[in-house]
Design a protein around this ligand. Structure first.
Ligand SMILES: Cc1cn([C@H]2C[C@H](O)[C@@H](COP(=O)(O)OP(=O)(O)O[C@H]3O[C@@H](C)C(=O)[C@@H](O)[C@H]3O)O2)c(=O)[nH]c1=O
Length: 175
C-alpha cells in the first residue's frame, strides 16, 4: 500500500511506494495510475524528466504556475525545498524542506503554484520528475535560492554550484 504523508501545505504530499527487497536488491513501482489514484493522486502526467548532479549543486527555485511535479531521488540524496508562490494563499512564501534519498524512497508531490529546488548532498545524484504539463520555457520562472523574503535554510556545507541562469536571478524577484 502506497503511503501518503502530509506536509505543512494542504496540497503537497510525500508518497512512499511499496518496496520489495530480496537478495538481488529491491523492486518498486515508481508510478501506477490506479495505485496513486487510490492513494489520493489522481493525475495524468505529460512528461518524465531526469537530472544528474554533483555534490553542492543547487537547482532552483523554479516555478511554472501550470505545472505539478512528482519528484524523487533515484541515486544518492537530495534536500528538496518547496515554497508557496500563490499570492492569494494563506501560506504565501512559506517553505518546507524534505530529505529524498535512494533509500527512503520518498516522492514529493509539488502542487502547481509552488517553487521547487534541491541541493545535491552526494557526489552523484540522480533526480527523476514527473510533470503534469510539458516543459515550456515561456511559462517557467525562477526565484533566487536565497531570496530573503522566503528564507529557505539550505543544509549547505561549502559553496553552492548553480547554473548561470539560476545565478543571474535577481535577488529580490518574486513572481
Ligand atoms: C526543465 C527542462 C529543461 N530542458 C532543457 C533546457 C536547458 O537547455 C537544459 C537545462 O535546463 P535547466 O537549467 O532549466 O534545468 P534544471 O535547472 O535542472 O531545471 C529543473 O530544476 C528543478 C529544480 C525543477 O523543479 C525542474 O522542474 C526544472 O526546472 O534542459 C528541457 O529541454 N526540458 C525540461 O523540462
Amino acid at each position: 500500500m502506497i503511503q501518503a504523508l502530509p506536509t505543512k501545505f494542504a496540497e503537497a504530499r510525500v508518497f512512499v511506494p511499496d518496496v520489495f527487497e530480496d537478495d538481488r536488491g529491491f523492486f518498486k513501482e515508481t508510478w501506477s495510475d490506479p495505485k496513486y489514484a487510490e492513494a489520493g493522486l489522481d493525475l495524468r502526467f505529460a512528461q518524465d524528466s531526469c537530472s544528474w548532479s554533483t555534490r553542492n549543486v543547487i537547482r532552483g527555485l523554479h516555478y511554472d504556475f501550470r505545472m505539478a511535479k512528482l519528484v524523487q531521488c533515484l541515486k544518492g540524496r537530495i534536500w528538496d525545498a518547496i515554497v508557496d508562490l500563490r499570492r492569494n494563499s494563506p501560506t504565501y512564501l512559506q517553505w518546507q524542506g524534505f530529505l529524498l534519498t535512494d533509500r527512503n524512497h520518498k516522492q514529493l508531490f509539488v502542487p502547481a503554484g509552488f517553487g521547487h529546488g534541491f541541493l545535491a548532498l552526494d557526489d552523484e545524484v540522480v533526480v527523476h520528475y514527473k510533470n503534469s504539463v510539458p516543459y515550456d520555457p515561456a511559462n517557467e520562472g525562477a526565484v533566487w535560492w536565497r531570496n530573503a523574503k522566503i528564507g529557505v535554510e539550505w543544509p549547505l556545507v561549502g559553496e553552492p554550484r548553480l547554473s548561470a541562469k539560476d545565478a543571474a536571478v535577481p535577488e529580490e524577484f518574486l513572481p
